[in-house]
Design a protein around this ligand. Structure first.
Ligand SMILES: C=C1C[C@]23C[C@@]1(O)CC[C@H]2[C@@]12CCC[C@@](C)(C(=O)O1)[C@H]2[C@@H]3C(=O)O
Ligand SMILES: O=C(O)CCC(=O)C(=O)O
Ligand SMILES: [Fe+2]
Length: 382
């Protein structure tokens, strides 16, 4: 039987300002479990619904390549994800954040729970927020940082939190710069320039980028039965873009737009993974799919990932960019702020994009929804 000695019952934390969907969740010390508990055993249909297929690789793009914009455009249209190299984030900073992440997750459970996410909060330690949509628990733990990190770090290490905070802050600053740069490359590949309708994003100074962001540290302990466990269930990110650093153990898998199967994104030393998020899908009027992805786990190796979830200032309305809309390409989504969208995601999860979708009616009464990852059908408009 699995050891349940260190499990603790705590209220679930959902997305901010949403009522908690599951009131109680088990916080199990996964690293001490010798056999997969039923609470974490996913049915095989959930895991193997499609065979994994690694025949094609997620594009790797050198940011110093003179064709970077075109390559990024192609990757965004066909995959919604790519890896970047020569991004100027020092390897030492990636190593440091990994070291600090491992230090955090290796703390005793009781200590981590001091910094548990509050029921209506975003920041802090906890199970995957999307857990409430699934009947089984995921084989992972997370730590979310929104804004200042010291409040929660102080709870973890009352006398010694400076090094952790300094590393997080340096990482946030470097990621903010890179996210702004990547966003403009991705928009540039759609023909959008700083003169177009994105005032909040106009890059005054590289360090003075208008967006906001959350940092998510994910830990996936080694698992006694990885084929029946799920690290992080399939989802899209509710962002403009996400920059993901994964440790040297594979686990990230992506679904390629319009194809069956999961493709593993191999960890490549020093490379960072970039996801198109739901808000970029909306801005691009459906041209760029937000990538559906998940994390699987490993029998012998612990895995860590660090996601920088980048979006607009929370109150800015996001809608399809004017330049991409005309009488043949009506806007597919209604305007929505990031905070409204997070609320929608918390309620509708994988149907969130569809729930924001406008059913514009061209003359024949049909709307092609094939760009929407949540639907591959043609809807008849009333
Ligand atoms: C800004 C955010 C995006 C996120 C929810 C959050 O408020 C903070 C954590 C983010 C994260 C990270 C893991 C996967 C995800 C789906 C989740 O449950 O929490 C994302 C959320 C998201 O992108 O919707
Ligand atoms: O761990 C991973 O590779 C995926 C993490 C992720 O999808 C997320 O934090 O949003
Ligand atoms: Fe994600």
């Amino acid at each position: 039987m699995p050891s349940m000695a260190s499990s603790v019952i705590l209220p679930d934390a959902s997305f901010k300002s949403q009522p908690p969907l599951n009131v109680h969740k088990k916080y199990l010390d996964l690293s001490s479990v010798k056999e997969l508990p039923e609470t974490h055993a996913w049915t095989s249909s959930k895991l193997d619904d499609e065979e994994t297929c690694d025949a094609e690789n997620v594009p790797i793009i050198d940011l110093n390549d003179e064709n970077a914009i075109e390559l990024i455009g192609r990757a965004c249209r066909t995959w919604g994800v790519f890896q970047v190299i020569n991004h100027n984030i020092p390897k030492s900073l990636l190593d440091e954040i990994e070291f600090e992440g491992k230090k955090l997750f290796s703390l005793p459970m009781q200590q981590k729970l001091r910094a548990a996410r509050s029921p209506d909060g975003v920041s802090g330690y906890g199970v995957a927020r999307i857990s409430s949509f699934f009947s089984k628990l995921m084989w992972s733990e997370g730590f979310t940082i929104l804004g200042s990190v010291s409040e929660h770090a102080r709870l973890l290490w009352p006398n010694d939190y400076n090094k952790f905070c300094d590393t997080i802050e340096e990482y946030q600053k470097a990621m903010k710069r890179l996210a702004g740069r990547l966003m403009w490359l991705m928009l540039g590949s759609l023909g959008i320039t700083e003169d177009d309708d994105l005032k909040w994003a106009a890059q005054k100074e590289p360090d003075d980028q208008g967006g906001s962001a959350a940092l998510q540290l994910n830990s996936y302990p080694s698992c006694p039965d990885p084929d029946r466990a799920m690290g992080l269930a399939a989802h899209t990110d509710s962002t403009i873009l996400t920059i993901l650093h994964q440790s040297n153990t594979s686990g990230l898998q992506v679904a390629r737009e319009g194809r069956a199967g999961w493709v593993t994104v191999p960890p490549l030393a020093g490379a960072l993974v970039v996801h198109v998020g739901d808000l970029l899908h909306i801005l691009s009027n459906g041209l760029y799919p937000s990538v559906v992805h998940r994390a699987v786990v490993n029998r012998t190796r612990h895995r860590l990932s660090v996601a920088y979830l980048y979006g607009p200032p929370s109150s800015v309305k996001i809608s399809p960019l004017r330049k991409l809309v005309d009488k043949y390409h009506p806007p597919l989504y209604r305007p929505i702020t990031w905070s409204e969208y997070l609320g929608t995601k918390a309620k509708h999860f994988d149907k969130a994009l569809t729930s924001v979708r406008l059913l514009c009616a061209p003359r024949n009464g049909f709307v092609d929804t094939s760009n929407d990852h949540t639907s591959s059908t043609v809807q008849l408009v009333g």
